[in-house]
Design a protein around this ligand. Structure first.
Ligand code: MG
Ligand code: MG
Length: 276
C-alpha cells in the first residue's frame, strides 16, 4: 500500500507536548513513589495497587490497564523477565531486580516510561547492567533530533550496549507516543545509521532499551505476556518520553523522583531539559 493513514507519524503541537508532559510527570511521580516501596518482602501485586491508586488520585487513568487486555496497572518484570510481566503475590527477595513499566492517560494523551530497580543489595554484574542500560537510554536520546533517522538512535544504543558485551533485545521496540500508547514510528534499539524514518520537529517517542546480561534471545511464555531471556540471565529496561523541540531532544519524563527516593545524584538529564 503506497499510503497508509494508520501508519503515519503524528506530529504534536507545543500545546499538545505540554499536555503530554503532564501525563509523563504523573508516571515519573508514580515511579518515584514506588522507589520507596520496592524492598524485600513486598509483592508486585501490592506495588501495582499502590500505583493504580496513585495514578487515579492524580486525575489520570492507568495507561496499561485493559490495553490489549493487559490485566494490571504496571508491567512488573523481575530478573530474567524482559518486559510485560504480570504482577503477582510472590514477594520480592533481596538480590532481585524488578523492571517496572508504567503508563498513564490524562487529557487524552499517554505517558509511558520504565525503570529497573534493585531489591536490596544486588550482584555487581547486575548493578553494572542497570547502569549501562540507563546510560544507553541517554546515548539513544542524544540521537533523537531533527534531521536524524530512526536507525541513528538504534545504532547508537546497539553499539554502546554491545561494546559492553550485553544483548540487545530485537523483538520489542520503542515507539511513537501520543493519543495512542503505541504510534508510529517503531524505535528499535538496534539499527543502521542513516536508515529509517526521518525525525522532525514535534515528534514524540518513547525510547526504551531492553538489555540482557547474556544472550539477546528471548522466550515468550504461555500466558501470552511474560517474556524472559533465553538463558535466564537478568534483563534491564529503562524508558523515557522525549519530544523534539527546537530541533533537539527534550525529556518529558524524569527519573528525578526515583533518584531523590534512592539518594542517587546525577546530572544525566540536564542536557535534555527545556531550558538547557
Ligand atoms: Mg513502557
Ligand atoms: Mg513504551
Amino acid at each position: 500500500m503506497p499510503f497508509n493513514f494508520f501508519n503515519m507519524i503524528k506530529i504534536k503541537t507545543r500545546e499538545e507536548i505540554e499536555i503530554m508532559r503532564e501525563s509523563a510527570l504523573i508516571v515519573s511521580k508514580t515511579l518515584g513513589m514506588l522507589a520507596k516501596e520496592v524492598k524485600p518482602g513486598v509483592s508486585t501485586l501490592y506495588l501495582d495497587k499502590l500505583a493504580e491508586d496513585f495514578i487515579r488520585a492524580e486525575g489520570a487513568i492507568p495507561g496499561f490497564l485493559g490495553l490489549y487486555d493487559f490485566p494490571n496497572t504496571l508491567c512488573m518484570s523481575p530478573n530474567s523477565q524482559v518486559v510485560h510481566g504480570i504482577p503477582n503475590k510472590k514477594p520480592l527477595i533481596e538480590g532481585d531486580i524488578i523492571s517496572i513499566d508504567c503508563g498513564a492517560l490524562k487529557n487524552g494523551f499517554y505517558g509511558d516510561h520504565a525503570y529497573t530497580f534493585a531489591v536490596g543489595e544486588i550482584a555487581d554484574e547486575t548493578k553494572k547492567l542497570l547502569e549501562v542500560t540507563r546510560e544507553s537510554l541517554y546515548v539513544g536520546i542524544r540521537e533523537f533530533k531533527a534531521g536524524n533517522r530512526v536507525g541513528d538512535v538504534g545504532y547508537a544504543i546497539q553499539k554502546f550496549t554491545e561494546d559492553h558485551g550485553y544483548g540487545v533485545v530485537r523483538e520489542l521496540v520503542g515507539h511513537g507516543l501520543g493519543r495512542e500508547m503505541h504510534e508510529d514510528p517503531e524505535m528499535p534499539n538496534y539499527g543502521k545509521r542513516g536508515r529509517g524514518k526521518k525525525f522532525t520537529e514535534g515528534m514524540v517517542v518513547a525510547i526504551e532499551p531492553m538489555t540482557n546480561l547474556g544472550t539477546h534471545k528471548i522466550r515468550q511464555h504461555a500466558d501470552g505476556w511474560t517474556i524472559t531471556t533465553l538463558d535466564n540471565k537478568p534483563s534491564a529496561h529503562f524508558e523515557h518520553d522525549v519530544a523534539i523541540v527546537n530541533g533537539k531532544p527534550e525529556l518529558l519524563s524524569t527519573f528525578k523522583y526515583v533518584h531523590e527516593a534512592l539518594g542517587i545524584e546525577t546530572n544525566e538529564e540536564d542536557e535534555f531539559r527545556a531550558d538547557s
